[in-house]
Write a protein that binds this ligand. Structure first.
Ligand SMILES: C[S@@+](CC[C@H](N)C(=O)[O-])C[C@H]1O[C@@H](n2cnc3c(N)ncnc32)[C@H](O)[C@@H]1O
Length: 237
C-alpha cells in the first residue's frame, strides 16, 4: 500500500511580496497538474532529451543545480510545501531556467499518472524520517513506493535516495533488498558516504552536518523483472 500523509505542513512563514508574485505569475506557466484524466499543464517532455524527477525538493537548490547543468533535460520537481515552491521559483527566475516544471503536491499522485519508464533519474533526498514507530507508515519509502519508483525509471534510469537518519537508512536498505524491482548499484558500504558527482548540500543535509550526522547515498536501477520482455531479450542475445 502506498503511504498517506508523508509530509507535514504545506505553508510556513508569510511569503515576501516578490515570492508571492512569482507564485501568481511564474508558477502557472510551469505547473504540472494531475487530475482524474491524468497529467495536464506544462509536462512537455517530448521537447527534451530526457526527464529527471526530484521528490520533495525542499528549497530547490539541488533541483536548480541539475537544471543548470542539464539544459536539454526536463527537470520535474514535486513539493507540497508552498514556501519551498516559492524558493525554487526564485532560483528559476534568477538563473533564467526554462527547463523546470513543478507539481506543487504529492509526488505519489504524479508518479501514478505519468507513463512507465518516464524518468532517467529520480532523486529522493533526505525524505522525512518519521522517527516514531507509530509514524513509520508515513515514511515515503515503503514496498509499494519502491515498486512504483522502479516502474517509472527508464531502462537505464537511476534512483538516488539520500538520508542522514540511521534508522531510516536501515529501513530503506531492508525494503530495497526485499524488492525484486530495484537493484542496489553501490553495494559496497564504503561508497555509501560518497557524494554524488553533481552535488550541492541541500538545506536538510546542512542541518545534518551541523548536528554531526552522516549522510548516506544509495543508487538503484530497475530490477530485471521490471524490464519489458524485448529489452531483456536484446540484452541476453
Ligand atoms: C526533510 S525535507 C527535505 C527537503 C530537501 N530534499 C532537502 O534535502 O533539503 C522532506 C521534504 O519532502 C517533502 N515531501 C514529503 N512527502 C512528499 C510527497 N509525498 N511528495 C512530495 N514531497 C514530499 C516535504 O514537504 C519536505 O519538504
Amino acid at each position: 500500500m502506498l503511504p498517506h500523509n508523508t509530509y507535514g505542513r504545506r505553508c510556513g512563514r508569510k511569503l515576501k511580496p516578490f515570492k508571492q508574485d512569482l507564485l501568481e505569475t511564474l508558477l502557472p506557466r510551469i505547473q504540472i497538474n494531475v487530475g482524474e484524466d491524468g497529467i495536464s499543464g506544462a509536462f512537455d517532455v517530448e521537447n527534451y532529451k530526457g526527464c529527471f524527477l526530484e521528490i520533495g525538493f525542499g528549497s530547490g537548490e539541488h533541483l536548480a543545480l541539475q537544471a543548470i547543468n542539464h539544459p536539454n533535460i526536463l527537470m520535474v520537481g514535486c513539493e507540497p510545501f508552498i514556501n519551498g515552491v516559492a524558493n525554487l521559483l526564485e532560483h528559476i527566475h534568477k538563473d533564467h531556467l526554462t527547463n523546470v516544471r513543478i507539481y506543487p503536491g504529492n509526488a505519489l499522485h504524479l508518479l501514478e499518472a505519468v507513463p512507465d519508464g518516464c524518468f532517467d533519474h529520480i532523486f529522493l533526498l533526505f525524505p522525512d524520517p518519521w522517527p516514531k514507530k507509530a509514524h513509520h507508515k508515513r515514511r515515503f519509502v515503503q514496498h509499494a513506493t519502491l515498486t512504483l519508483l522502479a516502474r517509472k525509471l527508464s531502462t537505464e534510469g537511476k534512483l538516488l535516495i539520500a538520508t542522514d537518519h540511521a534508522d531510516y537508512f536501515e529501513w530503506i536498505l531492508e525494503h530495497a533488498s526485499a524488492s525484486k524491482d530495484l537493484v542496489l548499484l553501490n553495494d559496497d558500504p564504503n561508497t555509501w558516504t560518497d557524494f554524488p558527482p553533481l552535488w550541492t548540500q541541500t538545506r536538510f543535509q546542512e542541518k545534518a552536518v551541523r548536528a554531526g550526522r552522516v549522510s548516506r547515498f544509495l543508487w538503484f536501477k530497475r530490477g530485471r523483472d521490471m524490464f519489458p520482455e524485448s529489452y531483456v531479450r536484446n540484452k541476453i542475445s
